[in-house]
Ligand binder design. Structure first.
Ligand code: PMV
Length: 331
């Protein structure tokens, strides 16, 4: 019996950056994201053959491979954690794959661990709702995976006063069809993991100031989203993106995720906005720029992004409706 879950990446409009408890993956602040539709991880889980878990991934050539040890260990530990959660004993065979570049600031760990959590829980026969799945996905070590178990616009933690709480949806994908045009300037694996970035965050002398300003900025993003007010959203989202990288660059040791083309895209987006186009940019822990846009002139913005020097290609994505099970298995 095989179970295949598909979960999408998400783009944070208010970022999770820094923890209050790294071990338990409790974030320093609530975050708010949009779940995507097309950048997905797919994970197939079936009972294991010889009492041992077996994990592989499908590479870009469509071949099954044993993943690098860092990834493999994280997946094996997470499977163990999920088994312990509900007391199941069954060993598992797991195959996973992404349809977009891994580890380059497009939240591959979020979609990957969300899909893994959902598929494994199903294979083990657990009756877990999205709140439970979100808490479990967070414990993978990728906090942002807690948000990818839901579609639309998502806040995590769902209860502002309980950092352990799972994510909650504040609006469905039909509320507002926002597009995310991802200007890919580099597809290589980032050199400083987000886990290390979270660890360094509190060494920035500006981190405390960030946390002071965040509740108001979070509220601006939430209310602009709920009111479908792009202008207000754009301002708060760009402020937030710069703030995350300000913290990263001023941490000890400093982390520079940006590359020259990152700045070129940011400048182009500002120019277009000054010319009256409704666009804004945000950047997770990598050099690629997510350009947000309402449901008009998307192709025009995409072509313009493609033409910016240093942009390798553009991935056109948009708000999505969350994870699903499919019948096309990976093995
Ligand atoms: O979930 P992690 O540990 O990969 O961290 C995510 C960090 C950011 O992508 C930069 C921000 C976010 O909230 O997704």
């Amino acid at each position: 019996m095989k179970h295949t879950a598909v979960a999408a990446a998400n783009i944070a409009l208010i970022k999770y950056w820094g923890t209050q408890d790294a071990e338990r993956v409790l974030p320093a602040n609530p975050s708010l994201s949009m779940t995507l539709r097309h950048c997905v991880s797919r994970c197939t889980v079936a009972p294991g053959a010889n009492g041992k878990d077996e994990v592989s991934w499908l590479n870009e050539q469509g071949e099954l491979e044993t993943p690098p040890p860092a990834f493999l260990d994280g997946v094996l530990q997470h499977i163990e954690r999920l088994r312990a959660y509900g007391g199941a004993r069954m060993s598992l065979r797991v195959v996973t794959t992404n349809n977009f570049p891994t580890g380059a600031g497009i939240a591959s760990s979020a979609s990957g661990f969300a899909a893994l959590t959902i598929a494994v829980c199903r294979a083990l026969g657990y009756d877990a709702d999205s709140e439970a799945l979100s808490r479990l996905a967070r414990l993978s070590g990728s906090g942002s995976a807690a948000r990818s178990v839901l579609g639309g616009y998502v806040e995590w933690p769902g209860l502002a006063d309980d950092p352990e709480s799972g994510a909650r949806q504040i609006a469905g994908e039909r509320h507002w069809r926002l597009h995310d045009l991802i200007a890919v300037v580099n597809t290589e694996h980032k050199r400083v993991s987000s886990r290390e970035g979270h660890r360094r965050a509190s060494t920035s002398p500006y981190f405390a100031t960030r946390l002071e300003h965040l509740p108001a900025r979070h509220e601006r993003v939430r209310s602009a989203l709920l009111a479908r007010d792009f202008r207000r959203l754009a301002q708060a989202v760009e402020e937030e993106a710069i703030d995350l990288h300000l913290i990263a660059m001023s941490a000890t040791p400093p982390t520079f995720y940006w590359q020259p083309a990152t700045l070129a895209v940011l400048e182009a987006v500002r120019r277009w906005r000054d010319d009256g186009l409704e666009v804004c940019a945000t950047i997770d822990a990598g050099p690629n720029v997510h350009v947000l846009r309402t449901d008009a002139h998307v192709a025009q913005v995409r072509d313009a992004l493609d033409a910016v020097t240093g942009v390798n290609h553009v991935i056109a994505d948009e708000v999505g409706d969350g994870p699903r099970f499919v019948a096309e298995h990976l093995f």
